[in-house]
Design a protein around this ligand. Structure first.
Ligand code: ADP
Ligand code: MG
Length: 641
């Protein structure tokens, strides 16, 4: 019975985009239809292997047929097929989050005038409407009757009962639009064009893509001998794709160009990957894998519905997309596939995910990726820095999120900004640049590189020529906290104070100063209340009059990050840094304060000094009103003298 239905609103938007084509490459519609056909066969084949009685196996194939008179091109498969409900759900609506993301990104890109982003999406079935007036889908599952879906892609579609000469599978028939000035749609009916599109986009599809072709063969005489100069037309079945999956070929025979083309066809990224691994591993577990690191973060890497993982095949049979057991979280940007002989086929997907072989393969890939990245760091630093800028934070996250368990593996992949060199250095480079007796790796952290560079605490390190790593990402310090040491050297935040760092003379001098100026220190501490835990003299400052340091434990920066976490304001006992306002006794400003006799004046100047220190550490003055009042009173007093 014929039923008419309306496309879902989101679908209409996408269809509208397809019809008023945003793509210059309309030819990709064929790739999309073939890829759907291949997916459908994958699904059927899997069922057949697990329940062969209900899903008898067959010779799987995808067949293309073009009819010049009726101006249509067909893609047919003997895969899983669709029921009427499937058609409504899969073709009448956008069920996949990918397409919804696409629409959102498209709207954003249009505003930003950057439509290149569109190339990153697989647009799927609807892409047929870029070239079609009308599309028909005839489909049947093993269990049910056949149906035909038909639409011009505008508002509505129809579904009706029909006959189909297959037990299961689908046939997508695309009626091509009339040729326009610059678009020769008829061209898609030409066998040479179809062949070249298949080899360009679908060569590695693992099922034969067949097409009937007319070839000329010499006419034969009664004895079966060729008659010279005479030919007849014969119809032959040609297979258009080479079918050998790239990952089954000998890696030595696979070129970078082939790997890049494969990556692009699978991800819709229009840039080459920054790193490709073509692995053929034999051993306790055997597997072939193609693993890629993109050259930039995938558009949806930070969206909630991003799924990490590699595509999993077992003995050449597709098992699942995005198998997350195959990559650790900190490599979630990595894509690719694994095909293994060592995985049992006849168990459920859930069981398979727990299989020890899968874990072993995952570990092996993780290790190979790390090695390859190290290699890149040594041989092509520029490229590595590009990689690190895109994904370095994920590696640091790997150390943090595993509580340091991955520190040994990942530490040599890290880069930080060196104060002395004013460029990125690795930890091993930092250590090489150290004096022999420097036992500590120093770092300082802040919100931006410019702000870190302003830290007063850096002054004495600059003067002594000791390098300090400058952290400008929150994750830096959190990661380092889980790395107790590197090559026997401990890490130390220069803004966190420890009496052990001082020499005997320095200690004595500070003790003397403290005794001498106890009143000033007490006044300032009283004025600041619990904003600081201590007011003390500094041995570190050279030019600046004050700075804020913290004692061992939480740093100022980390306290700040924790306070910014959603919901942090609800925790009255959120972790706090132990803060010390350090005063430079040699500064002129302190010299002047030391001469003051009025305790109230000392308190006012003390609060101002504290606010100044906060500003230099890259934070805001907390009580702006009090700050201004204070400042104005002191100005008035100074001027009236
Ligand atoms: P995707 O392939 O990314 O899921 P598409 O827009 O290409 O998105 O296809 C939408 C859905 O329509 C598919 O997920 C599948 O369920 C269904 N479909 C499309 N083509 C076929 C086919 N040849 N056989 C069976 N189902 C199909
Ligand atoms: Mg698809």
């Amino acid at each position: 019975m014929l039923e008419e239905k309306e496309f879902q609103t989101e679908s209409k938007k996408l269809l509208d985009l397809m019809i008023n084509s945003i793509y210059s490459e309309k030819e990709i519609f064929l790739r999309e239809l073939i890829s759907n056909a291949s997916d459908a066969i994958d699904k059927y084949k899997y069922l057949s292997l697990t329940d062969g009685e209900h899903y008898p196996s067959t010779d799987y194939e995808i067949r293309i047929n073009a009819d010049k008179k009726k101006r249509f091109i067909e893609v047919r498969d003997n895969g899983i097929g669709m029921s009427k409900e499937d058609m409504i759900n899969n073709l009448g609506t956008i069920a996949k989050s990918g397409s919804t993301d696409f629409l959102q990104k498209y709207a954003e890109a249009k505003e930003a005038d950057d439509l290149s982003i569109i190339g990153q999406f697989g647009v799927g079935f609807y892409s047929a409407f870029m070239v079609a007036d009308k599309v028909e889908v005839i489909s049947k599952t093993v269990d049910g009757p056949a149906h035909i879906f038909a639409s011009d892609g505008k508002e509505k579609y129809t579904i009706d009962d029909c006959d189909f000469d297959q037990e299961h599978g689908s046939l997508i028939r695309v009626y091509l639009k009339k040729d326009e000035d610059d678009e020769g749609y008829s061209n898609f009916l030409e066998p040479y064009r179809i062949k070249s599109l298949v080899s360009k986009y679908s060569d590695y599809i693992r099922y034969p893509i067949k097409m009937k072709e007319t070839k000329q063969e010499p006419k034969k005489d009664k004895d079966g001998k060729d008659i010279e100069g005479k030919y007849i037309d014969v119809e032959v079945d040609s297979t258009l794709n080479s079918m050998v999956p790239l990952w089954k070929k000998n890696p030595k025979e696979v070129t970078d160009d082939e790997l890049n083309a494969f990556y692009k066809s699978k991800t819709y990224d229009n840039e080459d990957p920054i790193l490709s691994l073509n692995l053929q591993v034999e051993g306790l577990v055997s597997y072939n894998a193609l693993v890629f690191v993109p050259s930039h973060a995938p558009y949806n890497l930070y969206s909630e519905n991003f799924e990490k993982g590699l595509t999993l095949y077992s003995k050449g049979i597709f098992i699942q997309d995005k198998c997350k057991e195959l990559v650790p979280d900190y490599f979630k940007f990595v894509t690719g596939l694994v095909d293994s002989e060592s995985l049992p086929l006849n168990i459920s997907r859930e069981m398979l995910q727990k299989s020890p072989a899968l874990t072993k393969i995952g570990n092996s890939i993780e290790k190979k990726l790390i090695d390859k990245l190290k290699g890149m760091m040594d041989t092509d630093r520029e490229k590595y820095e590009k990689f690190f800028k895109a994904f370095g934070d994920h590696l640091k996250f790997g150390i943090y999120s595993t509580y340091g368990m991955k520190a040994k593996d990942l530490q040599d992949l890290l880069l930080f900004h060196s104060m002395k060199e004013d460029k990125l250095v690795s930890l091993s480079e930092y250590v090489k640049g150290c004096d022999k007796d420097q036992k500590t790796i120093y770092f300082a952290s802040g919100k931006t590189l410019d702000e870190v560079k302003l830290l007063p605490q850096l002054e004495s390190y600059r003067k002594k020529g000791v390098d300090v790593l400058l952290f400008d990402k929150n994750i830096d310090e959190f990661a380092i906290n889980f790395m107790p040491e590197y090559e026997g050297k401990k890490f130390k935040n220069i803004a966190s104070e420890s009496k052990d760092d001082l020499s005997k003379e320095e200690k004595n001098r500070i003790d003397d100063l403290t005794a001498q100026h106890k009143r000033i220190l007490d006044d300032i501490k009283e004025a600041l209340g619990n904003k600081v835990d201590e007011v003390a003299f500094s041995a570190k400052l050279v030019d600046s009059p004050v700075c804020i340091t913290t004692k061992e434990g939480l740093s100022l920066n980390m306290e700040h990050v924790l306070q910014e976490q959603p919901g942090a304001e609800d925790y009255a006992d959120a972790p706090k840094a132990t803060k010390v306002l350090e005063i430079n006794a040699d500064s002129d400003l302190f010299g002047a304060i030391a001469k003051l006799t009025d305790d109230e004046d000392i308190k006012k100047y003390g609060t101002l000094l504290y606010d100044e220190a906060l500003l230099l550490e890259g934070y805001d003055v907390q009580d702006k009103k009090a700050f201004v009042k204070n400042l104005n009173e002191l100005m008035m007093k100074a001027m009236s003298k």
